[in-house]
Design a protein around this ligand. Structure first.
Ligand code: 13P
Length: 272
């Protein structure tokens, strides 16, 4: 069954256009798993997720494991992503990895602007913007992360922060370029805390993000862009989160590190 995401507000269009946004479940492994462990995990996932075509499945291991994981994933239904990149292709930039190198290692996706990079490594909307440009220039699909921290939520700044992240990180791209992106709403207070946003809390922000995209590029683009939720997603809450009209997938941290829990999330996505 293909998951169709239909919007009440689009009722007048439904007869003409069916809006299809394929659900995408991505595992952000963060700084975990050496090459051997990474290959073992994807071999397990290959078996558990064999035959799944209605949900896009992606894993994002550490850089050093990418090429071996790419080999293990060849010809399967599981995609590969990097967790970051630098915007220059090559040169005197010690310690960095570029879009062409991620492509060379076998990636189709790259996570950009994760809150941990914003928090610990000085990532800003401007650097995120440069990184998205580099990703698109080399045919990588950027998964662009946005989201407020606890203090911002508690002081009523959620929408202002998300608006700042979306408008400034995605600034200057054409409609065609924007359509290729994936946005991940990850409230920082829900990351690794076991404290998931309620489906209603997440939907409220996802719908806000879609309206921002509509303001920037019109309804067709807004309807095409997939918006993932991230923050303590697990098999048990996937179905309910994904039943929300504007939640098109999940970016999963902790629960992506084991075959059974990540495959459980994919199953939850298939069942919604
Ligand atoms: P957890 O699923 O561990 O909360 O992490 C979410 C995340 O940061 C994914 O990018």
């Amino acid at each position: 069954m293909i998951a169709l995401r239909l919007h009440k507000s689009d009722a007048h269009l439904i007869r003409k256009v069916v809006i299809v946004r394929k659900i995408i479940i991505a595992g952000n492994w963060k700084l975990n798993k050496n090459i051997k462990e990474a290959v073992e995990l994807v071999n397990d996932l290959k078996a558990r997720c064999a035959g799944v075509t209605d949900v896009d499945i992606v894993v994002c291991p550490v850089f050093t494991a990418l090429s071996k994981v790419a080999e293990a994933l060849k010809g399967t239904n599981i995609g590969l992503g990097g967790q970051d990149l630098y915007w220059q292709d090559a040169g005197a930039f010690t310690g960095e990895v570029s879009a062409p190198l991620l492509k060379d290692a076998g990636c189709q996706y790259v996570i950009i602007g994760h809150s941990e990079r914003r928090q610990f490594f000085g990532e800003t909307n401007e650097t995120v913007n440069n990184k998205i440009k580099a990703a698109l220039a080399h045919g990588l699909i950027p998964i662009v992360c946005v989201g407020e921290n606890l203090a911002e939520r508690e002081s009523g700044k959620t929408f202002a922060v998300v608006q700042d992240h979306v408008e400034n990180s995605l600034k200057g791209f054409s409609a065609q370029e924007t359509e290729k992106m994936i946005v991940a709403y990850e409230p920082v207070w829900a990351i690794g805390t076991g404290k998931t946003a309620t489906p209603a809390q997440a939907q409220e922000v996802h719908s806000f993000i879609r309206k921002l995209l509509e303001k920037m590029h019109g309804q067709a683009v807004a309807n095409a862009v997939r918006i993932q939720y991230g923050g303590s997603v697990k098999a048990e809450n996937t179905r309910e989160l994904l039943s929300q009209p504007d939640i098109d997938g999940a970016l999963v941290g902790g629960a992506s590190l084991k075959g059974d829990s990540f495959a459980g999330i994919v199953q939850g996505a298939l069942a919604q």
